[in-house]
Ligand binder design. Sequence first.
Ligand code: PLP
Ligand code: COI
Length: 354
Amino acid sequence: MNISITKTTCPKEKPDSSTLGFGKVFTDHMFMMDYSKEKGWYDARIIPFGNLSLHPASTVLHYGSEIFEGLKAYRRADGKVQLFRPMENIRRMNNSAERLCLPQMPEEMMLEALTTLVKSEEAWTPSAPGTSLYLRPYLFGNDESLGVHAVHNATFVIIASPVGSYYKEGINPVKIMIEDEDVRAVRGGTGYAKCGGNYAASNRAGERAAQKGYSQVLWLDGVERKYIEEVGAMNVMFKINGEIITPALTGSILPGITRKSCIEVLKKEGYNVSERLISIDELSKAMADGTLEEAWGCGTAAVVSPIGELCYKDHKYTVNGGNIGALTQHLYDTLTGIQCGKIEDTFGWTYLIK
Ligand code: PLP
Ligand code: COI
């Protein structure tokens, strides 16, 4: 692929690593590429970071045709930069595109777009513990007409943001509220796709939870509000009476790459992991009788995030005395160790930027 590069004439000052939150600072350049039904993908370019210009009738502004991904570039101790399982993100992006009737992209093309941007923005990859360069590829429908149909024109962008921890709590346990009114997704809908609309639909419950002091909501299934699904921006796992349980991928939750990685780490270490339906009644019982030993969220932005309190119908349950559990800590250390090159990657998950 031919990628043209236009360098910025006014590079920004790099932020102090200790001040990084999540997604507030952006690098000097971004990747862009356009698509039309007639031409296919065209005009791959790295350009100075800046505003987009859209036709007021652009599809994305009216009908929400948008998908995205989230992955990170990590600075290793030897100074080199590596990605974590980028092909998983690329494949999921194409699955999301298929669901939303957006154009798919050859995998090698998306990988080249990602690696070329990471190389261009390499100096923005922080090195302090817990920091990384978050990459946000996104794709949206960009037809200049109001008809409702699969898009004929689309725009693909990748922006990059040096980040620290996703939650202000960092690796400290977060408080999660179980939502029993709004639902995020239903089977047959777009729950398994990473599309902006899923997050827009989540905001009302998220705001209600935030007003009560909770970091995110834990969703129940959209039909019976009976089975646990996932957290707002993470999948969820529980350790109940020794059994490690995570909700099965039934079509309404995002097939998380961190979830998959946790399962693979645990299985390699000889643990059994049950991917199955888990009802709110089963979880409530485990919370009440003390058999819920640990609970944690897992996702690219938050990595592995211990849950210290769960609230359901105004009943508050403290998990593991509000402390991070041993298994949660072990998963956090293992994943971040592999990501930053501190632990040998026996899985072949890391992708070195050369
Ligand atoms: N579920 C939702 C709704 C998410 O937004 C995310 C974050 O990407 C995840 C789960 C975890 O997915 P991953 O581990 O691939 O980042
Ligand atoms: C990620 O973990 O990469 C996500 O995309 C979550 C995001 C919605 C903040």
